[in-house]
Design a protein around this ligand. Structure first.
Ligand code: MG
Length: 203
């Protein structure tokens, strides 16, 4: 399986990092070794001093497809969950300043904690779904899918032009504003709607 991520999909987040609002989705990949499941702790890696949280709604692909038309995109996802796109911001900034790829800053081991997945039909309206991240009981990121620049169908259509989507692939759909550093000892709680799906510690 592969993990496909969308960057800068919320205007306020693009602005907070000083990035332009993109005209097309910004896409990057993480390897399958980035996955961290079942609320296992995240161990702070020694290669970075600035690991930052990005809470995101994650789509799970349920069948193979390419060149998917927007009107059929919903048929390729029947479960959604929550994930953290952990980013070694110091490594990413260094790479960006040199115009180099920032894969390692995004794709290192366990940089993609994911929750369990929930049938999409159990949500009333996925185009207006709130989600948030609390750290040690304080809300640090608060998002709503209605604020995405590119909605789920747009994302699936765009990605499937370049990558054959396969059953089990995960799509991270971008983070709202409020990204920031985590530190050892932090407790992260992520909510999709009112459902607590992420609950793990930084060790
Ligand atoms: Mg992200």
């Amino acid at each position: 399986m592969k993990i496909i991520c969308v960057g800068r999909n919320y205007v306020a987040h693009a602005a907070e990092l000083g990035n332009e609002v993109p005209e097309e989705p910004v896409i990057f990949l993480k390897p399958d070794t980035a996955i961290l499941r079942e609320n296992n702790p995240f161990y702070y890696p020694d290669f970075s001093k600035d690991i930052q949280h990005e809470v995101e709604v994650v789509l799970k692909v349920n069948k193979e497809g390419k060149n998917i038309e927007s009107k059929f995109a919903h048929k390729y996802v029947d479960e959604i969950g929550l994930g953290i796109d952990f980013t070694a911001r110091d490594l990413q900034s260094k790479a960006k300043s040199k115009g180099l790829p920032w894969d390692i800053a995004k794709g290192f081991n366990h940089s993609a904690p994911i929750s369990r997945f929930i049938p999409i039909h159990s949500f009333q309206e996925i185009s207006n779904l709130s989600f948030r991240l609390d750290i040690n009981g304080n809300t640090v990121q608060n998002g709503n899918t209605s604020l995405m620049l590119f909605n789920f169908a747009d994302i699936i259509t765009y990605i499937s032009k370049f990558y054959l989507l396969k059953k089990g692939d995960l799509i991270f759909t971008g983070t709202p504003a409020g990204v920031g550093p985590v530190k050892i000892g932090d407790q992260l709680n992520g909510y999709l709607g009112e459902e607590k799906l992420l609950d793990f510690e930084i060790k």
